[in-house]
Design a protein around this ligand. Structure first.
Ligand SMILES: Nc1ncnc2c1ncn2[C@@H]1O[C@H](COP(=O)(O)OP(=O)(O)OP(=O)(O)O)[C@@H](O)[C@H]1O
Ligand SMILES: [Mg+2]
Length: 377
């Protein structure tokens, strides 16, 4: 039995696709075509089958096709051990392109985008993430939280609740409010949700570290030592959650004057960071070469895919944009072998089909050209 996969994808007014309907098979899917053909756009569409704004974090107005009606839609048929499911999402043209998108599952409106997580998990690796280890901490936090979300579907709501509370606190700070009861109420919420976020992250890092041990020590994707920088993330590994909550709540209350001067909340899980080291080289990831960083990241994502599969029974759908570009022939072969073993649907793009030739007969090859997708061979 193959894992949950997309068997059919239909796009309407999505980026450069006016209308597209493509049948897909489980296992590796190779998308090749010239620059600007629409390969990344197709992956972006699939990335919207999980909560959030997709792999480019684009606004819905940007996604809606130029020259279209201002809206867009995508529709996926899923097939897997749990049977078939239909997921549709999009925004309607004419005014609400930046309101939140609608999600329908099996014909019925979903409460929220989180409901899609019951059916599938999607994880991606894009060229923009090549700078993950050297770039701002916020990018690593987002990456980390997306990894958590794939194994813990409640994580997205936690993050939203925390941010909402923090925005409320920041507003009080900027208004110069001294309303102690209001602060207390908001900070209690921040402590509850903030500690839940930190605990979920710490748990994910712990489990992921176990999976990373399974990568061969001298293999093409080096083992990473991963850790979390953040007071709460540290505290939850040694203290009971209620105690950490109380400490954080007190720290927030005592930090009001300082935060008022700064104009924002200075402490909390919104400031945490993911710290990665290249174990064989005993080097911080940010000091490794471009190729070494890529190999580290691939190792983390593949280990995470294995973790997701084992924990939720839902191996994720992987979106690997331009994955072959940085990998030498040996690493490409190793990647293909691991994907086969993971048994997940993995979309890989590239301008050069030759880089995927060793997958002949084992993958679906699609050619992308100006918003059209056709089977090759
Ligand atoms: N809202 C939109 N409406 C119409 N076309 C769009 C829209 N947004 C982006 N495009 C176009 O879609 C085309 C395909 O973009 P995409 O990023 O998918 O290309 P690609 O095949 O991944 O190319 P590359 O190999 O360079 O990464 C681009 O020419 C881009 O300008
Ligand atoms: Mg691209």
């Amino acid at each position: 039995m193959s894992a949950t996969h997309i068997s059919k994808l239909t796009l309407t007014n999505f980026r450069n696709y006016a209308n597209l309907s493509v049948e897909l098979r489980p296992g590796p899917v190779v998308l090749t075509g010239d620059n600007g053909a629409g390969k990344t756009n197709l992956l972006e569409a699939i990335s919207l089958l999980t909560p959030g704004r997709g792999l480019r974090r684009a606004s819905y107005a940007e996604i809606a096709r130029e020259g279209g009606d201002g809206g867009f839609a995508l529709h996926a048929t899923l097939d897997g051990p749990a049977g078939e499911a239909e997921i549709g999402t999009g925004v309607i043209g004419g005014g609400d392109a930046d309101s939140s998108r609608r999600v329908r599952i099996n014909g019925a409106p979903a409460r929220s985008a989180d409901a899609m997580l019951e059916w599938l998990r999607v994880v991606w690796l894009t060229p923009a993430m090549d700078a993950l280890f050297t770039g701002p901490a916020g990018d690593r936090r987002r990456f980390l939280d997306r990894l958590v979300l794939a194994i813990d579907a409640n994580h997205g709501q936690r993050a939203l609740d925390y941010e909402k509370a923090m925005r409320g606190r920041n507003r009080l700070l900027s208004e110069g409010s001294r309303d102690g009861a209001w602060f207390d109420a908001i900070e209690t919420q921040m402590a509850e949700t903030g500690v839940a976020i930190a605990a979920a992250r710490a748990e994910m890092v712990r489990l992921l570290a176990v999976m990373i041990e399974k990568l061969p020590g001298d293999g093409p994707f080096p083992q990473a030592d991963i850790g979390l920088e953040g007071e709460l993330e540290q505290a939850v590994t040694t203290l009971p959650a209620v105690e950490v909550e109380e400490k954080f709540r007190r720290a927030l209350a005592e930090g009001r004057e300082r935060d008022r001067a700064a104009g924002r909340t200075l402490d909390g899980p919104h400031r945490s960071d993911l710290v990665v080291r290249h174990r064989p080289k005993a080097m911080p990831a940010e000091l490794c070469s471009t190729g070494e960083q890529k190999a580290l990241l691939v190792g983390i994502v593949l280990s995470h895919a294995r973790l997701t599969g084992e924990m939720s029974g839902l191996p994720p759908i992987l979106l690997l944009d331009e994955i072959a570009a940085h990998l030498d022939a040996g690493r490409r072969a190793a990647l293909f072998a691991i994907l086969e073993e993971l048994n997940c649907q993995a979309f890989m793009t590239g301008t050069d089909a030759a880089l995927f030739s060793s997958l002949a007969g084992r993958a679906q090859f699609l050619s992308v050209d100006h918003g059209a997708v056709v089977a090759m061979g």
